[in-house]
Design a binder for this molecule. Structure first.
Ligand SMILES: [Zn+2]
Length: 103
């Protein structure tokens, strides 16, 4: 009886680890194996790609860079042109090794 209970307890803790440990991914941008971001940022193909290929650290760097761009250019994020500019910059920054140049 005790052994059976032990087995169940072990199975439960293994499942708990599965839920609580942040999955790691091999990041396309920095080339390191790091924490995956905690959620998919957009509900589309690009969002899926970001989630699967970009680590949480690089994503945080982009969020910071994006905020700097918004402040620097006074962007209205609801403006479709501004949105498109940010999306292009994001792809450059994360997938093409780009840095944000504020002019
Ligand atoms: Zn990374």
């Amino acid at each position: 009886m005790i052994m059976r209970w032990e087995r169940r307890r072990l199975a439960t803790s293994a499942r708990a680890r599965y839920f609580f440990v942040m999955p790691h991914i091999n990041c396309t941008r920095c080339g390191q194996t790091r924490d995956q971001m905690s959620f998919q940022p957009f509900q589309n193909e690009l969002g899926r790609r970001l989630y699967q290929e970009i680590c949480a650290t690089c994503w945080a760097e982009w969020i910071k860079a994006q905020q700097q761009m918004i402040n620097h250019y006074g962007l209205n994020v609801r403006d479709p042109k501004a949105k498109e500019m940010l999306l292009k910059s994001m792809e450059q920054f994360l997938f093409a090794g780009g840095q944000i140049q504020l002019s």
